[in-house]
Design a binder for this molecule. Structure first.
Ligand code: SF4
Length: 344
């Protein structure tokens, strides 16, 4: 039976940072975003650097508070939670960082890093139980035999192994959602697939929902093809819905431009791609986002209304677009008819 509430609901959330004195510069990193993550679902949050996707991920993980709007966990607003409910939420939602080396204490062994949350949350009652459970967690993330890894320090592990230790640490508290922020961007290319496979396995086998934050559409597709995708640009979601629907018929010029820039190994397929030429390469300064549609200075289809009126995110639940001319701009198709492609 479908649960009554989604695991996470984000409603009209904005996050505004202020910095510097006396100017108190204002940066709206997330601007009026709404989305949901169902129990056991996968949502890929895609966007370039500075789009606000990491801020949104940290907001979902409870590390930032919204300046406006609200975040709900299983239907309960975070701000209205008592201490016990909030601790349960913080346990249920675990953040896995991009930089595994920085996220692990360099003077703690793998076992010590896993033991701390196991004892703190009373999942293990003593050292012996903690060591047994730590070994089981390492097996779960593919670090076998665990005896080889338990007493190693982070600098004795490869990037992929460190990322697996981070995942094992997240699993110590039996989470319901893992917020994985660019988990493979600092891992050797040859090991990326195995980390993504592990995330997919944790989702399928243990029913853990995944919020996968990335700038890489190909890895997003690998993980979230049967889930959802949200494309962010300068703090706003510009396209959102079921992954297959959105990537099968991208309507926003920004997503079309991202897709047309994905390298394709087959030269015949590459020639068949219709490039979407942006009017400007550099994104605008996030401290001074353009009025109206934030994408208008770069958009090849911009019209006068785009400079004045922000488009709303509209459409059926499985495919929403924030563009005044989503129905008029030419469709963009992946070159699958010509050759196998990353999108075929
Ligand atoms: Fe381009 Fe206008 Fe659509 Fe924005 S609203 S993406 S500027 S056509």
């Amino acid at each position: 039976m479908k649960p009554k509430h989604d695991l996470i609901t984000v409603e009209g959330v904005s996050v505004i940072f202020r910095r510097g004195w006396p100017s108190r510069e204002r940066v709206e990193a997330v601007a009026g975003v709404s989305l949901t993550i169902p129990e056991g679902g996968i949502l890929a949050l895609v966007g370039e650097t500075g789009s606000g996707k990491t801020t949104l991920g940290k907001l979902v993980a409870g590390l930032y508070r919204p300046t406006r709007g609200r975040v709900l966990f299983r239907g309960q607003e975070l701000r209205a939670m008592d201490r016990r409910a909030f601790l349960e939420y913080r346990r249920a939602v675990q953040l896995v960082h991009q930089d595994a080396f920085a996220a692990l204490n360099p003077v703690r062994t793998v076992y010590q890093s896993l033991k701390a949350p196991l004892l703190h949350h009373r999942i293990a009652r003593n050292d012996r139980e903690a060591r047994e459970q730590a070994a089981r967690l390492l097996e779960q993330v593919g670090l076998t035999p665990p005896e080889l890894f338990l007493d190693k320090y982070p600098h004795q592990l490869s990037g992929g192994q460190r990322q697996r230790v981070l995942l094992a640490r997240a699993l110590t508290v039996q989470p319901r959602l893992i917020v994985a922020d660019e988990p493979v961007s600092m891992v050797d290319v040859s090991l990326r697939l195995s980390i993504l496979q592990l995330l997919r396995e944790l989702n399928r086998r243990l029913g853990i929902a995944i919020l996968y934050i990335t700038h890489d559409l190909a890895t997003a597709r690998y993980l979230a093809e049967e889930g959802q995708v949200a494309v962010m640009y300068l703090g706003k979601i510009v396209e959102y819905g079921a992954f297959r629907e959105v990537l099968g018929d991208p309507r926003h010029p920004y997503l079309q431009a991202l897709l047309s820039a994905v390298p394709v190994p087959d030269p015949r397929a590459a020639r068949a791609i219709r490039p979407v030429a942006l009017r400007e390469i550099e994104p605008p300064d996030p401290r001074r986002p353009p009025p109206g549609c934030r994408f208008h200075p770069r958009c090849p289809y911009a019209q006068p209304i785009c400079r004045e009126t922000p488009p709303a995110l509209e459409g059926p639940a499985d495919h929403q677009v924030a563009c005044h001319f989503a129905r008029e701009i030419p469709p963009w198709r992946p070159p699958s008819a010509v050759s196998p492609s990353p999108w075929a």
